[in-house]
Design a protein around this ligand. Structure first.
Ligand code: ADE
Ligand code: ZN
Length: 345
């Protein structure tokens, strides 16, 4: 099926929730709910600068990416043992399964943990066990190691070295954290080395940063996907390139709203990206901080921008085709998508 059958507007929310989908942009540390932060803080004897879950939640009033990152890194300080990483990932995977996410490619930030003395093996072991167990609840889950771009390339090299003994437990590398002032070119050599290891390559670009960062991620780092990329609409030549090369964009609407990239969800440019023929997808980024997991991102964005069932089918199909699954898995995912759409016809 290349086009979806028509679905009446009143059944659109149910369709958005029921359709199988892939999540390609989720930071596992950004799925840490305040309740779990407090539970892990108590379990590990870590002091938090907030007196209660409610006080912590009240601090989630962000003005830009950096204002969020400061709180996000503080929240991750409660993670010490492999079981903590397992519990965090397992909570996310259960939540994803409830939203009919059948594939998740999950970012993790090892430097946030190794800098506190947590071993790389502890981080990867806990996360990987949860990903393996996710198959029992119908989610194919894989890990992508992200380098923190506010740190040096030398530190990224150290991180890659520490992770290579566990090369079979992650499928790619990415680039995240503070974007402006830390262009992709800073990480040229460590991405080249990662490619030589057969790792997939992705990078955050064009979240707050300029189109030039998206160009550099593509042409210098040679990434296969762009995370966010919403600033690309400022550059018509870049839009053409992204469409022609079918570069997936992992767009995160509620994240963009909460970090003030767009003042209102109604002004989000997801429709513009789709209309220009780009391979956009919908994702949650840091759902515990931004007020919504996958289905909430779909529901709120569709309600605000008037997208329809055809867009829903395209976004879900893009999520599978833009994933790092095998061709056979992708076919199976898209068949399941078409089956669910057929029941809504
Ligand atoms: N780390 C976690 N969430 C992020 C985001 N939205 N942008 C950059 N780095 C991040
Ligand atoms: Zn992100």
């Amino acid at each position: 099926m290349t086009t979806a059958p028509p679905v009446s507007a009143d059944r659109l929310p149910a369709l958005l929730a029921a359709m199988p989908k892939a999540e390609l942009h989720i930071h596992i540390e950004g799925s840490l709910e305040p309740e779990l932060i407090f539970r892990l803080a108590q379990r590990n004897g870590v002091a938090l600068p907030y007196a209660s879950v409610e006080e912590l939640r009240r601090a989630y009033a962000f003005t830009n990416l950096q204002s969020f990152l400061d709180i996000y890194y503080a929240g991750a300080s409660v993670l010490l043992q492999a079981q903590d990483f397992y519990d965090m990932a397992w909570a996310y995977l259960q939540r994803a399964a409830a939203d009919n996410v059948i594939r998740a490619e999950i970012f993790f930030d090892p430097q946030t943990h190794t800098a506190r003395g947590v071993a790389m093996e502890t981080v990867i072991d806990g996360l990987h066990r949860a990903c393996r167990d996710a198959r029992k609840i119908g989610v194919d889950a894989e890990l992508i190691l992200c380098f923190l771009r506010h740190l040096s390339e030398e530190e990224a090299f150290d991180t890659l070295e520490q992770a290579l003994p566990f090369r079979d437990k992650f499928i790619g590398v990415g680039l995240d954290s503070s974007e402006v002032g830390h262009p992709p070119e800073k990480f040229t050599r460590v991405f080249a080395k990662s490619a030589k290891q057969g790792l997939h390559l992705v990078a955050h670009a064009g979240e707050e940063g300029p189109p030039a960062y998206v160009w550099a991620a593509l042409d210098v780092l040679k990434v296969e996907r762009i995370d966010h990329g919403v600033q690309s609409t400022r550059d018509p030549a870049l839009m053409k390139r992204l469409a022609q090369d079918r570069i997936p964009l992992t767009v995160c609407p509620l994240s963009n709203l909460k970090l003030c990239v767009f003042p209102r969800l109604e002004q989000h440019n997801l429709r513009e990206l789709l209309d220009a023929g780009l391979m956009a997808t919908v994702n949650s980024d840091d759902p515990a901080y931004f007020g919504g997991y996958m289905n909430e991102n779909f529901l709120q964005t569709f309600a605000a921008t008037g997208l329809d069932a055809q867009h829903a089918h395209r976004l879900a199909r893009n999520s599978f085709e833009g994933s790092f699954a095998s061709a056979q898995e992708k076919r199976r995912y898209v068949d399941r998508l078409d089956e669910v759409f057929a029941t809504f016809a």
